[in-house]
Write a protein that binds this ligand. Structure first.
Ligand SMILES: Cc1cc2nc3c(=O)[nH]c(=O)nc-3n(C[C@H](O)[C@H](O)[C@H](O)COP(=O)(O)OP(=O)(O)OC[C@H]3O[C@@H](n4cnc5c(N)ncnc54)[C@H](O)[C@@H]3O)c2cc1C
Length: 414
């Protein structure tokens, strides 16, 4: 190893691995080292997409990303879009498969994405220090001193790819470098968990624990709809989970407001359709007890819960249902409402909203405006995306953007 590294990459997760590989593919002669605090690289990456890694999305658009400074995202996502990302990974041997707009490795193994990056890093001479937690970064004349367990390394440029809080300590997400930069005077945007399960009043969700339903899901803030999605919703002992629930969770921890979740349990049918179906059932299911009134229409336990919520007893007879009961049942089916009490927090979230204020960085290089030669990429920045491959796309795009930026910076320095 040379005495002074060209680039020290802090963090061997998605963006750090990608950045190191991109640096070496752009300039084989650079000395690049990754410092990773865990015993292995890509520990979070291996868990992504339920172990399948939703690597990017065919429809990358700024509207699927969130930041206090959305203009910052534009350059990296435009130049290093999903096609660029696919060709980057294709060059590492990854073949793709598609589920709608979501892009996965054909192997459907997130581990194969980690391996593709790891093998390319090793082959191209990236030095990887494992079990190496960076505790401080200091400017020493024109170099950066990186402190790792009592040892000091020097580098001409440093790329910070240390993530934030999502996934928790076991996946390396403790925000230690974020806190370090904050202490050094970097401005930050409030952080909060996003793409996360939602805690609600749980009397009903607990009794339906484990049941999945296809539903339209709305998030209301102080009575106004602010977000919506649809898909498979899972009832849990703490509240609600499933892709559409996680997709709309972002604002809950960011704002102090009265949030409610409303489920439409028969989204393909209008209110009138549901009313007609129930009225028809009243005639054909006469004599039946209400315990089985919705059997064949809704999940049996969900149906029984709806009967109870309407104020009827399961032991009551179908004939006891009045016209106004029909309306009440329709209202519950088309708008089952839950008061939100919070989220399951960082440990269960897929991404952290907020982070380092991006106005402090150059959008075309990811370089700090005040610390020349210091680059920040991935989740540590105030950029987060929707569920569907957008967050990894940001990790890759910002990493490749910073690789070009670091090479230009080192070129200017020489
Ligand atoms: C369960 C789960 C599933 C997900 N699935 C998807 C998906 O399918 N598609 C998608 O687009 N996104 C997904 N995401 C989000 C995606 O994984 C992240 O957005 C992405 O990993 C962020 O990349 P990063 O490089 O910024 O941070 P990370 O991948 O978190 O990497 C940061 C690395 O830095 C290391 N580090 C931190 N501090 C230090 C230090 N002081 N010294 C040395 N090393 C340090 C950490 O150990 C870690 O390895 C998922 C997230 C989770 C938790």
């Amino acid at each position: 190893m040379t005495d002074v590294l060209d680039v020290a990459v802090i963090g061997g997760g998605a963006s750090g691995l990608c950045n190191a590989v991109a640096l070496k593919s752009l300039d084989k002669g650079l000395s690049v080292a990754i410092f990773e605090q865990l015993p292995r690289v890509g520990k979070k990456l291996i868990t992504t997409g339920n172990g399948r890694c939703n690597i990017t999305n065919k429809c990358i658009s700024i509207s699927r990303f969130h930041s206090e400074n959305p203009d910052f995202i534009d350059y990296a996502l435009t130049y290093f879009d999903n096609m660029f990302i696919e060709s980057f990974f294709a060059d590492l041997g990854v073949v793709f498969t598609y589920e709608g707009d979501k892009v996965y490795p054909y192997s459907l193994q997130a581990s194969s994405v980690v391996d593709a990056l790891r093998f390319a890093a090793d082959k191209n001479g990236v030095i990887t220090f494992l079990d190496s937690k960076v505790t401080d970064i200091k400017k020493e004349k024109d170099l950066y001193a990186i402190f790792v367990s009592g040892k000091k390394f020097l580098a001409r440029a440093v790329v910070i790819a240390a993530g934030l809080f999502s996934g928790g300590e076991k996946l390396g997400s403790n925000g230690s470098i974020f806190k370090l930069l904050k202490d050094k005077g970097y401005k930050t945007v409030k952080t909060s968990p996003a793409i996360v399960q939602i805690k609600t009043d749980n009397k009903i969700t607990k009794s339906l624990k484990g049941i999945k339903v296809n539903a339209d899901v709305k998030l209301l803030k102080n009575g106004k709809e602010i977000n919506a999605d649809s898909g498979e919703v899972l009832f849990c002992d703490y509240g609600l989970s499933g892709p559409p629930v996680m997709q709309i969770s972002r604002e809950i921890s960011r704002q102090n407001a009265d949030f409610k979740i409303v489920l439409d349990l028969m989204p393909e049918y209008s209110f009138q359709n549901v009313e007609d179906i129930i009225t028809f059932r009243l005639s054909v299911l006469r004599g039946r007890s209400l315990e089985n009134f919705f059997t064949g229409m809704l999940n049996t336990r969900v149906g029984q819960q709806i009967i109870k919520m309407s104020g009827k007893k399961l032991s009551d007879n179908v004939d006891s249902i009045s016209k106004s009961d029909v309306k009440t049942l329709c209202k519950i089916i088309k708008g089952m409402e839950f008061s939100v009490t919070g989220t399951l927090g960082y440990d269960n979230s897929q991404v952290t909203a907020g982070g380092l204020d991006t106005t402090q960085f150059d959008d075309t290089t990811m370089m700090s405006k005040k610390d020349k030669g210091l680059f920040c990429i991935g989740e540590i920045l105030d950029v987060d995306g929707d569920c569907g491959g957008f967050n990894l796309n940001w990790a890759w795009a910002s990493a490749i953007c910073a690789a070009y930026g670091a090479i230009a910076f080192l070129g200017d320095e020489r």
